[in-house]
Every structure is written in C-alpha cells, then in structure tokens.
Design a protein around this ligand. Sequence first.
Ligand SMILES: *[C@@H]1O[C@H](CO)[C@@H](O)[C@H](O)[C@H]1NC(C)=O
Ligand SMILES: *[C@@H]1O[C@H](CO)[C@@H](O)[C@H](O)[C@H]1NC(C)=O
Ligand SMILES: *[C@@H]1O[C@H](CO)[C@@H](O)[C@H](O)[C@H]1NC(C)=O
Length: 143
Amino acid sequence: MEVRHTFRGQMLLMCTVVCMLHIHTEVSAILFCEKSALTVRYVENCPTDSTSWENAAKKMNCESIEQRCSDKHHRFQYHCVINAWRNATLEVCALNRTIIGYCTEYSINGTVIQDNYGADCTKFNPPCPTSYNSAEAYKCRLN
Ligand SMILES: *[C@@H]1O[C@H](CO)[C@@H](O)[C@H](O)[C@H]1NC(C)=O
Ligand SMILES: *[C@@H]1O[C@H](CO)[C@@H](O)[C@H](O)[C@H]1NC(C)=O
Ligand SMILES: *[C@@H]1O[C@H](CO)[C@@H](O)[C@H](O)[C@H]1NC(C)=O
C-alpha cells in the first residue's frame, strides 16, 4: 500500500514536470521571434481593407526574411498593429496568432504579437470579430 502510494506520487510529480516543460517549450517556441524586432516600421495608418493589406504585405515580403521561429500554425508574416501603449501604429513581420476579443498589439520588448488587454475591440463600432487571425487585423479598425 505504502509502495503503491509513493509510486503514484512519483508518477504524478513526473507527469506534472513533463507537462510543465511541455507547456513552457510550447510557449517559448511559439510566441516570440527576436528577428521580428528588426522589421518594425512605424506608419501613420494601417491598410483598412484586404486589397491594400495584401499590397503592403507584398511590399514587406516577410516570407523572404530568414528566421527560425515559424511553424505549421504560426507563420512569420506581415502585421500592421498598435504598440503596447496604443500611441503608435507599426508594420512588422512577426508570428501570427489567434486574437480573442482584444485589439492586436506588437510588443517591442517581447518581440511578440499579442492581445492588448487595454483595448476591448468587441466594443468598437463596428466591433472586431471575437476571434481573428492577428495577420488579418484589418478586420479590426485601430483608429
Ligand atoms: C508612447 O507612450 C510611451 C509611454 O508613455 C512613450 O514612452 C513613447 O514615447 C510614446 N510614443 C509615441 C510615438 O508617442
Ligand atoms: C496564421 O496564418 C496562417 C495562414 O496565413 C493560418 O493558416 C493560421 O491558421 C494562422 N494561425 C493562427 C494561430 O491564427
Ligand atoms: C520595455 O522595456 C523597457 C526597458 O526595460 C521598459 O522601460 C518599458 O516599460 C518596457 N515596455 C513595455 C511595454 O513593457
């Protein structure tokens, strides 16, 4: 009884450690990309429709930039988003993510695309989709 108890405890601990490691590597592998910081360009406005968005994306040509960040689900691609303070808009090549309800920001410090929790875009008029691909942030009016 005693032995089984300990064994189960060890298994549980091991599983917890493995799971945490797994989550940790997932997060650090997916989220940031230092290379993206080199591509930041401040702009007056972001393209507001898919055609001008695609043109801007073509010009920036993120696919041609060598990086080791992208994977099947997160591609290194054109973004036009606000900064963390919401006082500037910028173009950047970065890994795309699913944004849920908030506006999309690029964190210069974190070299990562993420939700700007200060800006609940579902309350905009017109509202942003509750869930969207950060690389299609034109669906979400920033200014
Ligand atoms: C945005 O706000 C931050 C923090 O207040 C400030 O340091 C930065 O200079 C501002 N950037 C612009 C473009 O106004
Ligand atoms: C990233 O973009 C690609 C294609 O542009 C898309 O297939 C993928 O689902 C996006 N990933 C996320 C997390 O939104
Ligand atoms: C980024 O890092 C600088 C220096 O460490 C810090 O002053 C600044 O507040 C950070 N910005 C954000 C948005 O966290």
